[in-house]
Design a binder for this molecule. Structure first.
Ligand SMILES: [Zn+2]
Length: 465
């Protein structure tokens, strides 16, 4: 077995790992790089391998940093199947269509500005057509079902508890009576998250590729603090007629926030104020949630069967059309606008930020991980001036960081995951973390499991097993 790491190696986005198992080439994830526009363009246009050389793809989950470059495979004449769980297939289909559409519309917007400045126009890296083509190659599977990728290569998907349909991917290569197995964690979730089941125990493997987004951090249980902040935010919004802008992934995080707000209102801890979910994608995602109750935890399943819709409430409005989204720009607070993308790199939230950021009464609430060089990261770091659609913009709105919505395992969760593998893998590759996080987690693993070979692969490096 040979593994090459073409993304999410000493970084968090663009998850792409090529596994050569004998004559079969398997691609694990085909994610999009996010970050500085020019660098991201370069890394998304050039995957690091020839799509035609890949026999099959296995996708861990629908998030764009894991799936967003799949249309580049169709563009590069990849003819094989893309395997994933059925819920991931449904979610990825809508996320890719959305990604292509966002790129097309962002390009139009940027090009309008570039033309005015007399600069060269850019084109989207892939089209809606490319996205539709690759979706036709999707194959949905059930959790733990054996999927044959080639005569001597089998895959299984194990619940990763990260977003709906998410999985850790187990591969087995059989060769003349010997077999080598590999487990790719994908993104690992945490125990007790709303809606989802806890991650499944990992199967035995010889080689482990594990994420390390929070490889050096522990999530504190700050439920009480979060509730206090939520209460203060609502009071502030009512008093100052503020808009509270919450950039969030349309899938997973948005549903998570809705469930938590509903619980606060139900318990009388906050007054209901209008909450706009400004995302056609969130609507579509909710549909996917309804279609896949096999992914729910027991509580959600019970509520779902009792009420039919776990996300509905009078004060929650889903905004679908662009016209209604624009009307929100003129709307006075108090209100909450939850909109994508989560790292503020595109989508409707950038327009909401543009209209809200210069007013000191407004609040931007960041709930997710913000990768380096993204607008979200600049907001977390409280820059006074941030670029919005390429234009330096004064930030007067307050920024509030609300932790605890992370759908990622922390250091101890990751460690417990490795500890649960019997027998322990001989070799571990630490990926999907900023360099400091990955190196720190690798150190922790070496301390904890002497004798285990632990490596933090460099981008585009290849390793023989
Ligand atoms: Zn993810």
């Amino acid at each position: 077995m040979k593994i090459s790491f073409h993304g999410a190696a000493r970084s968090v986005t663009g998850s792409r790992h090529v596994v050569d198992a004998g004559k079969t080439r398997i691609l694990l994830d085909c994610g999009m790089f996010q970050g500085r526009r020019d660098l991201a363009r370069e890394r998304n246009q050039h995957l690091g391998f020839d799509p035609k050389s890949v026999n099959a793809v296995c996708l861990s989950h629908a998030h764009i940093d894991h799936s967003g470059a799949l249309p580049m495979l169709a563009k590069g004449k990849f003819k094989g199947n893309v395997h994933m769980t059925s819920a991931t297939a449904d979610l990825t289909e809508i996320l890719l269509a959305d990604s292509a559409r966002i790129q097309e519309s962002d390009c139009r917007y940027v090009n309008k500005l570039e033309r005015r400045r007399g600069r060269k126009c850019i084109s989207p890296i892939y089209s809606s057509d490319d996205a539709q083509k690759i979706v036709k190659q999707f194959q949905g599977a059930g959790y733990t079902q054996a999927v044959s990728l080639a005569t001597n290569v089998t895959a299984r998907f194990h619940d990763a508890g990260h977003i709906i349909g998410s999985s850790a991917i187990w591969l087995q290569h059989r060769n003349r009576g010997n077999s080598t197995s590999l487990l790719f964690s994908g993104d690992l979730g945490r125990a007790n998250m709303p809606i989802l089941r806890d991650p499944s125990p990992p199967p035995p493997c010889d080689v482990l590729i594990i994420e390390s987004t929070y490889g050096d951090r522990l999530h504190r249980d700050e439920e009480d603090r979060r509730k206090d902040i939520a209460k203060q935010l609502v009071q502030h919004a009512i008093q100052h007629k503020s808009k509270i802008i919450v950039p969030a992934f349309s899938v997973g995080r948005t549903q998570d926030i809705i469930m938590r707000i509903k619980a606060l209102v139900k318990n009388g801890e906050v007054d209901p104020i209008p909450i706009f979910i400004d995302s056609p994608l969130a609507l579509k995602a909710t549909k996917v949630f309804r279609q896949h109750p096999e992914c729910y935890d027991k509580d959600t399943y019970r509520t779902f069967t009792a009420t039919g819709d776990v996300f509905a409430a009078k004060y929650i409005k889903f905004v679908s059309t662009a016209k209604d989204s624009k009307l929100l720009n003129r709307r006075k607070g108090p209100c909450v606008i939850i909109s994508a993308s989560g790292m503020c790199e595109g989508g409707r939230v950038v327009h909401h930020l543009k209209h809200a950021i210069e007013n000191e009464d407004n609040v931007i609430v960041l709930v997710g991980f913000q990768a380096e060089h993204t607008l979200g990261r600049k907001l977390v770091e409280e820059w006074d001036t941030v670029p919005i659609f390429g234009k330096p913009t004064r930030r007067r709105a307050q920024v509030v960081r609300l932790n605890g919505f992370s759908a990622h395992a922390d250091r101890n969760d990751l460690l417990a995951y490795v500890r649960a593998i019997h027998p322990l893998p001989q070799k571990v590759f630490v990926v999907h973390g900023e360099e400091r996080q990955s190196l720190a987690f690798a150190m922790t693993l070496r301390d904890e499991f002497p004798g285990m070979e632990v490596e933090v692969p460099k981008p585009d490096s290849t390793h023989d097993m």
